[in-house]
Ligand binder design. Structure first.
Ligand SMILES: C[S@@+](CC[C@H](N)C(=O)[O-])C[C@H]1O[C@@H](n2cnc3c(N)ncnc32)[C@H](O)[C@@H]1O
Length: 464
């Protein structure tokens, strides 16, 4: 009877110990210490330390797997993200220390204690030291920013090349340089952290920025669709969030197509399309965009298939049809050639006075118009834009298929059908013509009450 009762109490004790362990193990506190800032206070990364007491079991190196992978100890092995559970023994290179999730042997259930006694040379208290380098930027920001700032973390930032840019809400501004420093420290590859100083409402769609931390170097290198883009972020427009929209349209183009990008920026449609084989007219009113677009085309070795201009979009639309007709791009023959190969073949053909292998490309197949705030209003420029070439020989054969127009726009109508009606009405008003063959593509939500779409339609032949 006594024996049965003590057995029962041992079982109860064991259950309780396990329950206590489970609770303890679940609550290993790895959060950084809290040091709330007030406006004007400084930031000292060295204060961020935490010592976590754990049990270290010394074992011969060869026994590591036995101890860590087998019952009854495997579930007690230390499990803290980015912290090794087996470390070298500073006293003996042939030994290892296996770290366990409890500070004392007696916090473990009986069978685990017995296993330790049998399999290890020694167990002792050990401290895992965490410091500033351990925590993420978000962990540190949550520990220092005043609690009344929402969840304690500033709005997210976007990374382009070596530059991170914030759009900090007013309440974070007193801490902006500290936020910048922490983000810089915590993101390898970053060299500059900036805050946008205004909304993108200027004509060229770039924003003024203030350096929060790092070098004042705004010339970044970004990668998209297998192409490399270099540009000065403080002088031109770039938005990495449009990556899939750029790819979506370029995928629609055939390698032999001629593309006219009315608001081309530094070339995120132009360069990948040219890389595919397309002949591309890229236009942007911002001279810096035009400069970087030219450089990006050259650096991606598609300069021979890209013609850059710097004019107002309306003027460009009116001229490019004429330009493509009278100064056409050479035909795309065979597989897409490298820049050098194309030049060599061209030279050879001219030296031997050989005829062009196939007719040059003089019909524009697609217009791209990504200036969502006002692009729809530019559609009026298509009225009469074909007049100058309409009487040319072969016009009807070349333009038997009219170009597709891909026009980006915003709408405040959030319901799909109403959005489509709104976009269509504005497009038809500007064009002065009804639309056929229309597609609407939802691009992204730009604000709670504002969506971005791409309207695609075939230009009516009667518009010429
Ligand atoms: C929204 S950005 C698009 C850039 C690029 N196509 C892209 O998808 O990232 C619009 C571009 O249009 C240019 N722009 C603004 N007004 C213009 C105009 N009237 N004519 C031609 N380009 C203009 C700006 O400089 C800017 O580069």
């Amino acid at each position: 009877m006594i024996g049965r009762r003590s057995c029962f109490s041992r079982i109860c004790h064991s259950i309780l110990t396990r329950a206590r362990f489970v609770q303890m193990a679940a609550t290993i506190d790895t959060s950084p210490p809290i040091f709330r800032l007030t406006p004007g206070s400084s930031f000292d990364p060295s204060v961020f330390t935490r010592s976590i007491p754990v049990l270290a079991a010394r074992i011969p190196a060869a026994k590591t797997t036995t101890l860590t992978k087998q019952n009854p100890l495997k579930r007690f092995v230390l499990d803290i993200p980015r912290i090794r559970s087996v470390v070298s023994d500073p006293e003996d290179p042939n030994k290892r220390l296996v770290l366990l999730r409890v500070p004392h042997k007696y916090d473990l259930p009986q069978e685990a204690q017995e296993f330790l006694d049998a399999e290890t040379e020694k167990v002792f208290l050990h401290y895992v030291e965490l410091d500033y380098s351990y925590w993420t930027a978000d962990d540190i920001l949550q520990a220092i920013l005043p609690e009344d700032l929402g969840d304690g973390s500033p709005s997210s930032f976007t990374i382009t090349g070596h530059l991170a840019h914030f759009n900090l809400r007013e309440e974070y501004l007193p801490y902006k340089h500290i936020i910048g420093k922490i983000v810089l420290d915590k993101n390898k590859g970053l060299r500059t952290v900036v805050n946008k100083l205004d909304n993108i409402d200027n004509e060229f769609r770039f924003f003024k920025m203030e350096v929060l931390a790092g070098e004042p170097d705004f010339v970044v290198e970004a990668h998209e669709s297998g192409c490399r883009f270099k540009f000065d972020f403080s002088q031109v427009y770039w938005n990495s969030r449009l990556h899939s929209e750029h790819e979506r349209l370029v995928t629609m183009f055939n390698p032999s197509d001629v593309i006219a990008d009315v608001f081309a920026g530094v070339g995120p449609f132009v360069v990948p399309a040219a890389k595919k084989g397309c002949a591309v007219f890229g236009n942007d009113l911002n001279p810096n965009s035009a400069k970087y677009m030219t450089q990006n085309a050259e650096e991606n070795k598609v300069g021979n298939r890209v013609r850059v201009s710097c004019q107002d979009g309306r003027q460009f639309i009116k001229q490019v049809v004429y330009e493509a007709w009278h100064n056409p791009f050479p035909a795309l023959v065979g597989p897409v050639k490298s820049h050098k190969q194309a030049e060599r073949d061209d030279r050879k053909r001219r030296n031997h006075k050989l005829p062009d292998p196939s007719p040059p490309r003089r019909r524009i197949d697609h217009f791209v118009m990504n200036l969502p705030g006002t692009a729809l209003e530019f559609l009026d420029a298509f009225r009469g834009s074909f007049a100058s070439i309409r009487d040319e020989v072969g016009f009807g054969e070349v333009y038997n298929v009219m170009p597709m127009i891909h026009c980006h726009c915003f709408t405040r109508e959030l319901e799909r059908l109403r959005a489509e009606t709104d976009i269509r009405e504005r497009a038809e008003n500007a064009l002065g013509h009804g639309l056929e063959d229309v597609k609407y593509h939802f691009v992204r939500k730009v604000a709670p009450n504002k969506d971005m779409y791409c309207l695609s339609f075939r230009l009516p032949s009667s518009i010429t």
